[in-house]
Design a protein around this ligand. Sequence first.
Ligand SMILES: Cc1cc2nc3c(=O)[nH]c(=O)nc-3n(C[C@H](O)[C@H](O)[C@H](O)COP(=O)(O)O)c2cc1C
Length: 442
Amino acid sequence: MSPLPAGTRKFHLGWFGAYVPPGWNQPFEGTERSHRDWLDGSFYVDFARQLERACFDVLLLEDSSMVSDTYGGTAEATLARGVWAPKGDPIALAPLLTAATKHLGVSITASTSFYPPYLLARAVSTLDHLSGGRIGWNVVTSSEDRAAQNFGMDRLPPHDERYERAQEHVELVDALWASWEPDALVMDRATNTYVDHTKVHPIDFRGKHHSSRGPLNTLPPPQGRPVVSQAGGSPRGREFAARNADLVMALPKGVAAMKEYRDDVRARAEAFGRDPDDVKVMFIVSPVLGATESEAAERLERKREAVRADPTGQLVGWSGSMEIDFSQFDLDEPLPATARTNGHQSTLDTFRKWSGDRTLREAVHDYRTEALELVGTPESVADQMEAAMAEVGGDGFMLWMQPPTRQYVAEVTDGLVPALQRRGLVRTEYTHKHLRDNLLEF
Ligand SMILES: Cc1cc2nc3c(=O)[nH]c(=O)nc-3n(C[C@H](O)[C@H](O)[C@H](O)COP(=O)(O)O)c2cc1C
């Protein structure tokens, strides 16, 4: 492996996925069984093994809890396209994936608006034990009133209040994870003592939104604190991430915006008294790969053509996350300035900034859920990723493809990753047992 040029640092790779049906109507859909084998977990077990073979740090499973009917006031378009549902619970899938792998980290998404802190702390701690210290919690505040209505609320609290509640939630969960001293388990036969009760402490947490007496009724997680990740991009979201997260997933558009985002999160982390190197900012990308440049360009064009043929697919997705009914707008006009959301604010802001004068039809056609448009051979995409990281300063990328196919995962793990590894840019082996330590390695 050639030495890295001065100033170039190794970066991390993760996958931003979900427990959803694979690309059942794609040209390379997989086996006949792929219509069913995602729910029994086997598709995702293969997926996790592929990622581990390529030395990914983490597979992060996003989540939501609703069947959206924002688009046109009916769930028809959502369900026909499988956009927000069906979706399995990542907490249930995680132990299957960690049992089938030895090193890969698995991060589950759970919402601070719905999950009681005690249950969350206990579930994640248990998963951390089951995996030998490879679990992460992706903290989301949720963005959809439709989801809130599944938990007995009429609507979600306002955007910034959700973050206030989330802050208390995370502090409570942290306190529960720390409610046992690391050496509380003594297993002393002489005194017939399994756990030393003087090392297990109530937390007596009384917040504005959440309270819990504690202690947690399970042993402390192997990582101490399982890896906490977060993806909110609004100013309030960035502040929350800088204060609490070990890993931030980000979706700014282009290298300059990526650099601004990372610098901002790092500066905010420092202001909270943290070492900015302890917060890894990883950017969502979905490279279009081909054996030649022209094959990659043709594939991109085919993807665009598919979007052109069914613009509703993209609009249903946006309608669900922003809770704005995009069916009401004229496709040949820009998004009206009056459109507002209590949901993904940064998604709407980024969308507005990016779309400018584009009509909605043009926006649907041109929009891609990624920080950088990467198109080319594994070698040329590796060049582009290297150049972007050199400019941004770190810390890595989260690969993304919806719906997933084994073929696409293989193109990344067997094409792109080896090209990055040949340049010495990404890991070729796991040096640590725990996800946290792998993330902090560089
Ligand atoms: C890359 C990315 C991934 C996200 N994943 C989820 C998710 O799995 N579940 C969820 O409810 N929200 C998810 N979100 C939404 C954020 O957690 C956050 O709630 C949302 O962006 C609104 O906060 P903001 O206005 O600070 O951006 C994601 C956002 C981004 C940018």
